[in-house]
Design a protein around this ligand. Structure first.
Ligand SMILES: Cc1cc2nc3c(=O)[nH]c(=O)nc-3n(C[C@H](O)[C@H](O)[C@H](O)COP(=O)(O)O)c2cc1C
Length: 149
């Protein structure tokens, strides 16, 4: 299967999980391309610099941090603007600092799902990694399992 993983990451947490996921998926015989979303200026202007092409993947994974109890603005804008075929298989990965999903993780996943409804995408799997949790490593391993299933 050909996977595209579109990731936005400021301090590298989400990207580090994506790199492991790429390895995991490749180990299962998949072809994986990681596409990094760029903000105009991650500190002062989080508008998306450009909209990368999302055509030609069997399965797309969108990966983003939580920011301000919500989906990062850059990923939000990308999901608004990206063009995808109907019934595109998609999965979602969120990382957040706080240990509780209600402190931004659930809301971010719901925002992604709502935006993907407009694309008539087919949601397969989702995972929220809590970076400050002492079970972080276990959560990352679980994320790899869930998102490669
Ligand atoms: C501006 C900003 C706002 C954030 N807001 C939240 C939040 O509301 N809830 C939370 O759990 N973590 C929050 N975080 C922490 C990030 O979600 C967390 O560190 C994430 O793993 C960072 O991923 P990244 O390194 O890929 O950008 C925030 C981080 C930043 C920079």
């Amino acid at each position: 299967m050909k996977y595209g993983i579109f990731v936005y990451s400021e301090s590298g947490h989400t990207l580090s999980v994506v790199k492991l996921l790429k390895k995991e998926l490749e180990g299962l015989g998949n072809e994986v391309k990681v596409i990094t979303l760029e903000a105009c200026n991650p500190k002062s202007d989080k508008r998306l610099k450009y909209v990368p092409d999302a055509a030609g993947y069997d399965h797309i994974i969108f990966a983003s941090p939580v920011q301000g109890f919500s989906l990062s603005q850059t990923m939000f804008e990308f999901l608004t603007k990206v063009k995808m075929p109907k019934q595109q298989l998609v999965s979602l990965l969120i990382t957040q600092h706080l240990k509780k999903a209600w402190l931004g993780g659930t809301r971010s996943l719901n925002q992604m799902k709502k935006l993907l409804l407009a694309h008539e995408a087919k949601l397969m799997n989702e995972y929220d990694v809590h970076w400050s949790s002492k079970e972080r490593e276990e959560q990352i391993q679980e994320a790899l399992k869930v998102l490669s299933s």
